[in-house]
Design a protein around this ligand. Sequence first.
Ligand SMILES: O=C(O)C(=O)C[C@]1(C(=O)O)C=C[C@@H](O)C=C1
Length: 95
Amino acid sequence: MMGLVEHRLEVQKIDEEILRLIQKRMALAEKIYRDKAALGLSISDPDQEALVLSRAVDMATELGLDPGSIKSIFRILIDMSLQKQHGLHGEDNLP
Ligand SMILES: O=C(O)C(=O)C[C@]1(C(=O)O)C=C[C@@H](O)C=C1
């Protein structure tokens, strides 16, 4: 029973780290939005998305993780980032 409780506590700590890293990634999405706005670039960059996804899939494979599942997770992260940037774009366009 001690093993189970300890291992679940370890899982909890890792989940908290994952959430903090997602928060960091989202904060960067905001900076990237400002960078792209300053350069006159559009929010969506399909080539960059393909690069992010292929990097994640390659690293997942190296680490022995299921590449399809990891790709789904990163697709969600990218979609969160796009949603955030579109939200910021809406705010910037307020009268
Ligand atoms: O690199 C960018 O331009 C981003 O906005 C970040 C990001 C991502 O989440 O990785 C999100 C949207 C873009 O279409 C490409 C990549």
